[in-house]
Ligand binder design. Structure first.
Ligand SMILES: [Zn+2]
Ligand SMILES: [Zn+2]
Length: 451
């Protein structure tokens, strides 16, 4: 705390100078504040890295994040937040009130994936468990949600320690089940916007498997896609493989269907409108000489706009039914088309908020470390936070996570680095975690500026 200057006149002049400096300064806060943030992060980095390695070595599958949620809750409590566990399953909500000002929600997801880690890291996961179907699976934080939680805790500590530099309310969310998409919906249904302070902005970050550690990336507008999983059962009339005339062969019909579905994106959706129709699984039959009763297909669909999504789904229904009719199948053997519950709507980054944050990141991290990125066709249920009745502006940004030398080498060799969800995905803790904490802290300092 600064002492009051004895001379009142000088005090007024100093204040006028401070106000005008704030008005005309960039959003970087003062160099002293930035230095102080850096110092605070450096001081706590060893414990953050230890937390990261602990979370990495103890991953839990979606909807089973019990120990992870308890750890996040404990850390946020220790940082000085009022913590409420078990919101919408294993969800954690942590609140810190710091006077009049906007309410900012920071979200980190907590679940891991059924992937066997092959990174060879000393803190690699060796966890095995049974999935919901009772199958033994290995578990790995292959999507970097362990980084997200560590950054959330780091930002919580810094922001609590530096309350004097911002004013408003923070709502921190540890969200379960992002990978299976139910987590955000379950938490929002449990009412974080009604039972806790309603946010003015919602922010999140996600590690990026291509960007170098120390950088962040941003996308204005649609950043991630509508993702839909679809199951199709192509039904036929089974029989002996040597008497095809007595059957309606669902293998042939399914093969025709897969090819016909490829015309949706190429012939029905306007060029320039992104869309994906991928048939990722095709199962039918048991033996060489038996024509089966049915074939099952599993599809993933991606798009940005609601119109393209609906048009694609309608076209799939029309084509599958049309081909079944052409094969001469009766009405009671028409294909069954089902949309899986694990669908998520496109993530729309509020352009104004995104531009503002990009400016803040440039000021704190540097222009060359703040990169405009292209939208991708991956999905994120963070989109749900911007789709409630309140229509809160949201922004999710990328956090570079790969050693810069590895990125350069892969560019030089023309090779691809392991993607997210790969058993070989290996984020480098430093400076990834530090950069994430700086970005989140800077965002809050700017959005909740001290008046
Ligand atoms: Zn993922
Ligand atoms: Zn993820």
């Amino acid at each position: 705390m600064k002492a009051f200057p004895k001379n009142c006149y000088t005090y007024i002049l100093l204040n006028l100078f401070a106000v005008s400096f704030r008005c005309f300064s960039d959003p970087a806060a003062t160099p002293e504040i930035r230095k102080d943030v850096q110092l605070k992060i450096d001081q706590q980095y060893p414990s953050l890295e230890a937390l990261y390695k602990h979370l990495h070595a103890h991953p839990e599958l979606s909807f089973h994040e019990e120990q992870t949620a308890a750890k996040v809750a404990e850390e946020l409590k220790q940082a000085g937040f009022a913590v409420t566990p078990k919101i919408g399953g294993h969800g954690v909500v942590a609140v810190l009130r710091n006077g009049e000002g906007p309410t900012i929600l920071l979200r980190a997801d907590m679940d891991a994936l059924p992937v066997k880690e092959e990174t060879g890291l000393p803190y690699a996961s060796r966890v095995q468990t049974k999935n919901d179907k009772g199958t033994e699976v290995s578990v790995m934080h292959a999507c970097g949600h362990d980084v997200h939680m560590t950054v959330l805790v780091g930002a919580a500590r810094v922001l609590a320690q530096m309350k004097v530099h911002w004013q408003g309310t923070l709502v921190l969310i540890g969200q379960p089940a992002e990978e299976r998409v139910g987590g955000a919906k379950a938490m929002l249904a449990a009412g974080p916007f009604s039972h806790f302070p309603k946010p003015d902005y919602c922010l999140a970050l996600h590690v990026n498997a291509k960007l170098p550690a120390g950088t962040v990336g941003y996308v204005e507008g649609f950043a991630l896609a509508n993702t839909d999983q679809m199951n199709i059962t192509i039904r036929g009339v089974g029989g002996h493989g040597a008497w095809p005339q007595t059957t309606k062969d669902p293998i042939v019909l399914a093969a025709q269907t897969v090819l016909a579905l490829q015309t949706i994106v190429s012939r029905e959706i306007a060029p320039g409108e992104p869309a994906v129709v991928t048939v990722g699984s095709f199962h039918g039959g048991t033996k060489h000489n038996i024509i089966p009763e049915e074939v099952t297909l599993q599809l993933t669909l991606r798009s940005y706009s609601a119109e393209v999504r609906e048009k694609t789904i309608a076209a799939i229904k029309r084509i599958t039914r049309g081909l079944a009719l052409a094969a001469g199948l009766p009405e009671n053997r028409m294909p069954i088309v089902e949309l899986d519950e694990e669908s998520t709507p496109a993530t729309y980054n509020d352009p104004e908020l995104t531009r503002r944050l990009a400016g803040v990141f440039k000021a704190w991290l540097g222009n060359e470390k703040t990169r405009r990125e292209q939208p991708v066709m991956g999905g994120e249920d963070f989109s749900e936070y911007g789709r409630t009745a309140e229509k809160i502006p949201i922004c999710i940004f990328w956090l570079g996570s790969i050693e810069p030398d590895r990125v350069k080498e892969s560019e030089r060799m023309g090779s691809t680095l392991p993607s997210l969800h790969s058993s070989l995905y290996r984020p480098v803790p430093e400076p990834t975690i530090k950069t994430g904490v700086i970005a989140m802290t800077a965002a809050v300092f700017d959005l909740a500026q001290k008046k």
